[in-house]
Design a protein around this ligand. Structure first.
Ligand SMILES: C=C(O[C@H]1C=CC=C(C(=O)O)[C@@H]1O)C(=O)O
Length: 370
């Protein structure tokens, strides 16, 4: 299920699973499947959790679940890596970037928290809690069993990787962040500081440039504003740039376009392959965090669809007893490792608060922004 503030899409049943994102795109191009739903991993060479659904229902308006009652008690079991290890990884990346060694200009490093529930947590209940926390936000819930994982991915991502309606394509890349504050004056000041931050504007430009470069050959018109807008979620301020264009071809699906831009420097880095290799060497396999979740019809059926970047999300095990949530941040040569830790803590709050976990109830230290 993918829910935006004006519509939601539900894929039901499974005609077949598609092994990788490339196989899914090929199956739609050759007409053997008419639509796909599910998740693309961060590393597209890995198994995807994509299926050809029996039915694809597109509903007007957002998903409106019944409020959850009796949510299980959940606690943070482990941080992977530890806060100190993440800080070291960021500091090492800053040193590499500052020396321009290997040509790396930006890399997005992430950490995760392992959560344990006293009673089983239902993935759909987490989605419902995320909905209550931010009734206008986007949401996704997707089964990861097609990739061999006994789990579902649930998230409230604010970032649109690509949306395609007819030949019109759009994206809303985000990069550059500041935690929200409960104090209105402090909150506004943080937004203003973010909009003026040379470091965050530079971090953002890498993403916009990469998406514009990937979309330009596919489009006969592409509008790329030359400065980002400020946008908010309940937990974060972000810099975002609304990009839109008109595709040359009628045959592309939203999955083709998603694969042309993924992984963007919002979740990987610049240049892409060097940043991806740095992430894999530092963090190991990220699975579906920082992949994409969405749906697409085949080009023959118009190719419409939409893919959200899989951030602000958690993988909930099928037994409901464990979940893993992630948060990352873009690192450039003048990033501050302490500020990066605070940023990941603030990003994790989206999922942790929905689960009733106090993000400040961190077993090692209190990084909570005020
Ligand atoms: C990688 C994440 O956020 C991305 C989206 C918005 C802002 C970001 C940043 O400022 O680094 C990241 O690019 C995450 O939430 O895990």
């Amino acid at each position: 299920m993918l829910c935006r503030n004006n519509y939601h899409v539900v894929g039901n049943g499974r005609i077949r699973s598609l092994g990788t994102a490339a196989e899914a795109a090929q199956a739609m191009a050759d007409g053997s499947v008419r639509a796909v739903v599910g998740a693309i991993p961060f590393d597209v060479r890995e198994r995807a959790a994509l299926t050809a659904p029996e039915t694809l229902e597109v509903h007007d308006g957002p998903w409106r679940p019944a409020p959850v009652t009796g949510a299980p008690r959940i606690r943070i079991d482990a941080m992977e890596p530890s806060l100190e290890a993440h800080r070291r990884r960021v500091a090492d990346a800053v040193a590499t970037l500052a020396a321009s060694a290997g040509g790396l200009q930006k890399v997005v490093l992430a950490r995760s928290v392992l959560l344990r529930a006293e009673e089983p947590l239902a993935a759909w209940d987490l989605a419902s809690a995320l909905r209550s926390a931010d009734p206008r936000g986007s949401l996704f819930v997707t089964d990861l069993s097609p990739a061999g994982r006994a789990a579902a991915l649930v998230g409230a991502s604010p970032e649109v990787l690509v949306r395609k309606v007819g030949t019109r394509v759009s994206a809303q890349p985000l990069a550059g962040s500041a935690p929200r504050s409960t104090d209105a004056a402090v909150d506004r000041a943080r937004g203003r500081a973010l909009a003026a931050s040379a470091k965050d504007l530079a971090e953002h430009r890498y993403v916009v440039a990469a998406i514009a470069d990937a979309l330009a050959p596919l489009c006969h018109r592409l509008d790329v504003p030359d400065r980002p807008e400020l946008m908010t979620t309940p937990a974060m301020w972000h810099l975002g740039t609304p990009i839109s264009g008109e595709l040359r071809s009628h045959d592309l699906s939203a999955l083709d376009v998603a694969l042309a831009v993924h992984p963007t420097p919002a979740i990987c880095g610049t240049p892409t392959v060097r940043a991806r290799d740095h992430i894999l060497a530092t963090e190991g396999d990220r699975g579906f965090y920082s992949g994409a979740v969405g749906w697409a019809r085949s080009g023959r059926d118009g190719g419409d669809g939409e893919w959200m970047v899989a951030i602000r999300c958690a993988e909930v095990s099928d037994d409901g007893l464990t979940a893993r949530a992630w948060a990352g941040g873009g690192i450039v040569a003048d990033s501050d490792p302490d500020a990066e830790l605070v940023e990941t803590q603030a990003k994790l709050a989206t999922v942790l608060r929905a689960l009733g976990v106090d993000p400040a109830a961190d077993p090692t230290t209190d990084l909570s922004p005020t």
